[in-house]
Ligand binder design. Structure first.
Ligand code: ZN
Length: 455
């Protein structure tokens, strides 16, 4: 049993002062109440640690390598993607494990408690399966355990290089499976996930309507009746046009017309949706998986957040390409995109709740739903995914309640204020630093020294 004392805490009943939170040995919150015994840890401000709902861990090692402009004046998402394929061609299972451990550690140090890893790098170079079909999935699980982060593993079905069903080429061959081999891989990966930790969970991720054909989508959905389903939906204009040309409808339109999309689903990147699609998706109860830093970095477009929220739609955030790991920057970037588009302020705030509060609440609930993980609330029974902050910093100046959240999101106060993080009761960040930071960074840097970064 661990006891945390919090000067203020965000609970399902709102802000509460001088709270004690007890965590049992299984990693769940056992009790929440007044402070009556000695604390193991004290924090000024206690928040439910959000789940990062979309990550491709290996892309962390490419951050900062793709910002130069090539001779092609139309330098774009698609040139970035070609560079990404060349980079990942080099990566071994040991590299993947080292990169994933680093980025999972960074997520914890940013106040996330768990991650939904959208994992598509399955095979060796040229697409040859490893002797152990789920080798790479198991490396993701090993990295998560090393960092102590909560994990929802989403093995990805990737069949084709485009809607015309062209064969996978180059680096893409490492992603490819037909539905049968994918389901075998998924079953193996599930064993590893369930053996690893009782809070770890499985889901399913058909990559996109570009990479999965309608029959493949039906086949894998039929075999996975429970757990979250994640799919890239509508990120780029060229993607929407390609899907429209082959399926006769835009991606969101086609998906909603052909599958019973519901609260199990999380649709990643909803940057290219019409108003009608935005309303229709909000009504399904599915989570819109937003990745504002990556979407900004790749020039994807702006999600219609005000309209989606106005229709009661559920959102969460993910770090996707992992170009920067900052939960608060994701929230701020989402809000600022709305303000810049609409020439407004406090775009997503409501009458009773400030912008930072609305964003935090939405991301905590949406992340939990998308990860199929009982978190996002400081309440008995939930996994103890918790983040503790100090408020005696220059940016927070003792602020309380919603003003403290707004200062974390908009005043850049997060990094200096983060003190303690627990994931399912695992106390992995203390005094702002991951408990295994030195070893994880050393291993990562040793692996990276071998790689060709002049891509
Ligand atoms: Zn993605």
């Amino acid at each position: 049993m661990q006891i945390i004392h919090a000067g203020q805490a965000l609970t399902p009943d709102g802000w509460q002062d001088d709270l004690a939170v007890a965590i049992d040995d299984s990693g769940r919150i056992a009790a929440v109440g007044p402070q009556s015994s000695i604390a193991d840890t004290r924090v000024d401000l206690l928040l439910p640690a959000p789940l990062n709902l979309h990550s491709h861990a290996f892309q962390r090692a490419m951050a900062g390598l793709t910002e130069a402009r090539g001779p092609d004046p139309r330098d774009s998402f698609w040139t970035w993607r070609r560079l990404m394929y060349r980079f990942l061609d080099q990566l071994s299972p040991d590299d993947i494990e080292a990169i994933a451990a680093l980025v999972f550690m960074e997520m914890l140090e940013a106040g996330y408690g768990a991650v939904a890893e959208f994992h598509y790098l399955h095979h060796a170079a040229c697409g040859t399966p490893y002797d152990n079909l789920s080798e790479m999935s198991q490396r993701i699980v090993a990295a998560a355990m090393q960092a102590g982060i909560g994990l929802t593993l989403l093995p990805v079905l990737y069949q084709h290089g485009g809607c015309d069903r062209r064969a996978l080429a180059g680096g893409q061959r490492r992603f490819g499976n037909d539905p049968d081999r994918f389901l075998a891989l998924q079953a193996e990966a599930a064993q590893a996930v369930h053996a690893a930790a009782s809070d770890y969970a499985m889901g399913l991720a058909p990559h996109s309507l570009r990479a999965v054909d309608p029959d493949g989508l039906t086949a894998v959905l039929g075999q996975a009746a429970t757990g979250p389903v994640h799919m890239h939906l509508a990120e780029q204009v060229a993607e929407v046009d390609e899907v429209h040309a082959h399926l006769g409808a835009r991606p969101a339109e086609w998906l909603l017309a052909n599958h019973p999309v519901d609260a199990r689903w999380c649709l990643i990147h909803c940057t290219q949706m019409t108003g009608t699609e935005t309303d229709a998706l909000a009504a399904t109860g599915a989570v819109a998986g937003l990745c504002p830093l990556t979407e900004s970095n790749l020039g994807d477009g702006i999600f219609n957040g005000t309209r989606f929220a106005g229709q009661g739609g559920a959102i969460g955030v993910g770090s996707d390409s992992n170009v920067q790991i900052s939960f608060f920057e994701e929230l701020k970037t989402l809000e600022y995109s709305q303000r810049l588009r609409d020439l407004s302020r406090a775009a997503l705030a409501t009458e009773g709740r400030s912008t930072g509060r609305v964003l935090y609440d939405a991301a905590a609930a949406g992340g939990a739903q998308a990860g199929g993980r009982d978190v996002g609330r400081i309440a008995p029974g939930a996994w103890a995914d918790l983040a503790g902050y100090r408020t005696d910093t220059a940016q927070l100046c003792g602020r309380r309640g919603d003003a403290a959240l707004d200062s974390l999101v908009f005043a850049g106060g997060g990094p200096a204020a983060l003190r303690e993080v627990w994931s399912a009761g695992r106390h992995v960040v203390t005094r702002g630093r991951h408990i295994h930071r030195d070893a994880i960074v050393a291993t990562y840097m040793r692996r990276m020294a071998r790689l060709e970064t002049d891509i």
